[in-house]
Design a protein around this ligand. Sequence first.
Ligand code: G4P
Length: 532
Amino acid sequence: MDASQQELAAEIARRRTFAIISHPDAGKTTLTEKLLLFGGALREAGAVRAQKASRYATSDWLELEKQRGISVSSSVMHFEHSGHRVNILDTPGHKDFSEDTYRTLLAADSAVMLIDAGKGVESQTRKLFEVCRMSGIPIFTFINKMDRLGRDPLELLTEIEEVLGIDAVPLDWPVGAGREFRGVYDRQLQKLVLFSGGKHGTALVDQTEIEGAVDASAVREFMGSAASEVRDALELLDGAGEPFDPERVRAGAQTPVFFGSALTNFGVLPFLDRFLEIAPCPGARDSSAGPIDPAEAPFSGFVFKIQANMDPDHRDRVAFLRVCSGRFVKESNATHVRTGKRVRLSKSSLVQARGREGVDVAYPGDVVGLFDPGIYRIGDTLSAGDSFAFEGIPSFSPEHFARVEVAEVLNRKSLNKGLEQLAQEGAVQLFTEPGAGTAVPILGAVGPLQFDVLQHRMSTEYKVSLKLTALPYQIARWLGPDTDREIFRFSETKLLEDRDGRAVVLAKSPWYFERLQEKHPELVLSPTAIHA
Ligand code: G4P
């Protein structure tokens, strides 16, 4: 291996690229902020939250988000910690999340599932978990808000196992709860970590470590009144629980669990240290030419998100590219595999929360923003070497549907152009009734806010005032290619085609599909469709 290959291998090995999945209000912003603080990327707590509000001050169509006080855009944050380069792929946290949230998860190498100790596994977490499971990435669990009296930790573990179908293996255990939450006991390293200070901390908490078995007298003494409870819980887990198995974590069959409080900083650093140790670095990704090794292959990557007009001073689109192999070098050339064209990797910027920072070199696991003159689509592969394509990014089942009503025929051309372009960006999904030709489409979105953004952008960018009528459907399933479409003629579902001519069926609830599946066990009903 020459020096350049060694450097590439070392950069890959130290990278950790992950996303945090959670239900709104579980504490994702707070935890992200604390992680950035530990990494020295933020000087004061509160900055991420402040950014949440001010980030789009200069933005045009995102004005809408500002008005509603929420963020629909994902961005990327990075920091250094204990020799690791950490990339956090941020996903919209509001309940009006969008399909981008799902796509972003496909660009991560692992996920941190954040759970509110008082609430357990909530609906949005469940959906995001399913996407992580589909992509096969390892999932780590942080049970947050231990500074409040929440539910029993053992009960929370059972809920994770039963609801999500993954084995939950605590690597540490809380000492006390609520106001009495004082520390965590590390089961593997056999040490007690006690915390003090740090309330709403702008810096590290004070951390005292006492080594020894859970029954050692020094450990018991420091645990105080919580000692017997901790010992009993750990005995139970040692006896009846599964042992921690890194192989099973990598296979997505087991989730390591940590306890803490993002607000007080208690437990955040022990979690971060262990997580960075265990979480995978960028690995090989499947492609049409087989697995692509991050260190062996020349530069390659795929587009997982396209964002238009982030900044009115730069009326451009930015394609978010996840680097998968080799070195991304600014001003070099690569093949845009879908069209076969050579493109120059110019005007690249490392996309992150605090604006865009020019980037000259990036490594597997990093995300770069590429200036997009309108050539990129979600899922496109760029490769400096052979022409292969990474496995496509699927369309996910929308949960909201609307029919487009056009008032003025004059606008028809702009309407079609606008919808087509916004669908290409992945802002909305378009469906048509079979045989209806160029009739106005039916729109599908994962989050209802996508429709608001669409209407706003259609009016500001294409001068079309889009009238939408909500349809009563909540779920879509793509049909296998040889499905007999007659089946759907009499059922209470709606048969449509997507932009690529694939048959899609809408229903008002999953119940309809369950019924259909019982009647026709041979039916192939897929919750996602892979882009051709
Ligand atoms: P989100 O991004 O997942 O939506 O959650 P966010 O971090 O905004 O946190 C939601 C609320 O939960 C905030 O309270 C936050 O302070 C609180 N929180 C987060 N982590 C913890 C924790 O470990 N313990 C406790 N007790 N609370 C936590 P808020 O009242 O909505 O906002 P704020 O006024 O505190 O900013």
